[in-house]
Design a protein around this ligand. Structure first.
Ligand code: FUL
Length: 486
């Protein structure tokens, strides 16, 4: 490992203290010398602080969340039976009748697709609850499903536990059914329901606060602070999603694309659910003082809910892999929606696409071609890293001359996100040739390029907010199946 101690202003001030102190020799002078040394040290501390900006850092929960990489959304409600995307709240619970519902089938398919968490729409904008809430009649308890004895939140939570996935809930603040909506007492209604979800279903790992607000929302002032406080109190390990955090943010579009440059940092002042510039959310902000990484939510189908006519429009495995590069590969997290159908099952084509998506990724990233001597860059640990300063380069040898077309970089985000721009060159006969010119890295940067054959590479950090901690460098040859068959 390279060790660097940059000669900063701080060291210069310390040296000044030593230098002045060196002139003084008597007892009095020794006291003076000590004082000067102390002065030098104090100046050194001030200068160090002025020089190293305080960059935001993630909490351990945020790091663990980001490492999940691929998570799943399950959109399911009365819309599944009415062929709509947004219900208006007037739907009768009697239409909700998924006769073959099997939450284990859902979660098993997600597991095979490598998804690490499932987030269920416990309540969408139509107000219909997938659990028998005490606070409304508009729920599964008045539906034919299991003769009103069903609890789909419970079934999914249990299936997640069985298959080792984390579980999260979406509880839409916008409610087009509830009579108290639009008055302050709706906040109490909402908190009561949130409390049911946070206390009766085991560990909740993410709570999704949607920003949509519609026509009956004119006077509604949501008590988001109170909602979030409840989550922090009842499920302290859960991350809270909304457009602008507090823990994780929206990526700013529903097409599955994080910014080409994507900072986990953000300045959330003045932002609120439904009130944030999508472009700002898409790239984040290198000057942002809060760590609020981007979550990329996108559906495997054109709609968020199941529609029979969209059975032929399921994304291909290659298209899903593309989404992975555009989200996880740009310092974000993929939240892919796979909607159950009106029987209560995931469709076979969706299940097959998930499984093949994961097979392609597994094949591509099976073998890192880097030389084993670069252990710190090839082990999976974040805290074994190579420190690199701005303008500094590192040569990276391959195990043997090989052809490859993918590179993976990771920073030790535990101490923040620092790389602003970098270049990668390959060695050919007697000179270096640049072939990658890129920007942010953060948790993960994936690069795709035409195949290159070489024995070594050179990475140069061009700009960085602070000394870089390079945790991973991966060199791969993509699976042939990644190329979409037309
Ligand atoms: C949006 C909602 O309006 C959509 O129906 C969907 O739930 C999506 C994930 O969030 O704001």
């Amino acid at each position: 490992m390279l060790h660097h101690k940059p000669y900063t202003k701080a060291y210069a001030f310390q040296d000044l203290g030593v230098f002045l102190g060196g002139y003084l020799t008597s007892n009095f002078q020794i006291i003076m010398k000590r004082q000067l040394l102390t002065l030098g040290f104090a100046l050194a501390c001030i200068a160090t602080q002025a020089q190293t900006p305080t960059l935001p850092k993630p909490t351990a929960t945020q790091v663990a969340w980001q490492q999940l990489e691929t998570t799943a959304f399950l959109h399911f409600t009365v819309n599944t039976f009415t062929d709509k995307e947004w219900g208006d709240g007037s739907e009768s619970p009697s239409i909700f009748n998924p006769t073959q519902l099997d939450a284990r089938q859902w979660v098993k398919a997600l597991k095979a697709g490598g998804f690490k968490m499932a987030i269920l729409t416990a309540k969408h904008h139509d107000g219909f609850c997938l659990w028998p809430s005490k606070y409304t009649e508009h729920s599964v308890k008045n539906s034919p499903y299991k003769n009103g004895k069903g609890d789909i939140v419970k079934e999914v939570a249990q299936a997640c536990k069985e298959f080792g996935l984390k579980f999260g809930v979406y509880l839409s603040p916008w409610d087009r059914h509830e009579a108290s909506y639009g008055t302050d007492s709706y906040n109490t209604y909402y908190k009561n329901q949130l409390k049911e979800l946070l206390t009766n279903y085991g560990e909740i790992s993410e709570v999704w606060f949607d920003g949509a607000k519609g026509e009956n929302a004119k006077n509604m002032e949501y008590d988001f602070k109170g909602f979030w406080q409840l989550v922090k109190t009842l499920q302290p390990k859960a991350v809270i999603f909304s457009d602008a955090g507090p823990d994780v943010r929206w990526v700013g579009n529903e097409e599955g694309s994080a910014g080409e440059s994507c900072w986990a940092s953000l300045n959330p002042v003045g932002l609120a659910p439904g009130h944030a510039d999508p472009k700002y959310l898409n790239t984040g902000d290198e000057k942002g003082q809060a760590w609020i990484p981007a979550e990329t939510d996108v559906s495997i189908r054109p709609g968020w809910f199941w529609h029979e006519k969209e059975n032929t429009k399921v994304r291909t495995p290659q298209n899903l892999v593309n989404l992975y590069y555009q989200s996880v590969g740009r310092n974000s997290l993929l939240l892919l929606n796979i909607p159950p159908n009106n029987k209560g099952l995931l469709e076979v084509q969706d299940v097959a696409a998930l499984q093949q998506f994961r097979a392609i990724l597994n094949e591509t990233f099976a073998k890192n071609l880097i030389h084993p001597a670069h252990k710190k860059l090839s082990d999976k640990a974040l805290n074994t890293f190579i420190p690199l300063k701005e303008k500094e380069s590192i040569e990276i040898a391959l195990k043997q001359e090989s052809t490859f077309d993918r590179i993976l970089l990771q920073e030790n985000i535990q101490t923040g996100q620092r790389i602003k721009s970098f270049v990668i060159e390959y060695w050919d006969k007697d000179s270096w040739h640049p072939f990658v010119n890129s920007t942010t890295v953060g948790h993960k940067r994936l690069l795709r390029f035409a195949p290159i054959k070489t024995t070594k590479l050179r990475l140069t950090i061009q700009e960085a907010l602070a000394p870089v901690e390079l945790a991973t460098f991966g060199i791969y040859k993509a699976s042939a199946k990644e190329i979409e068959q037309k």
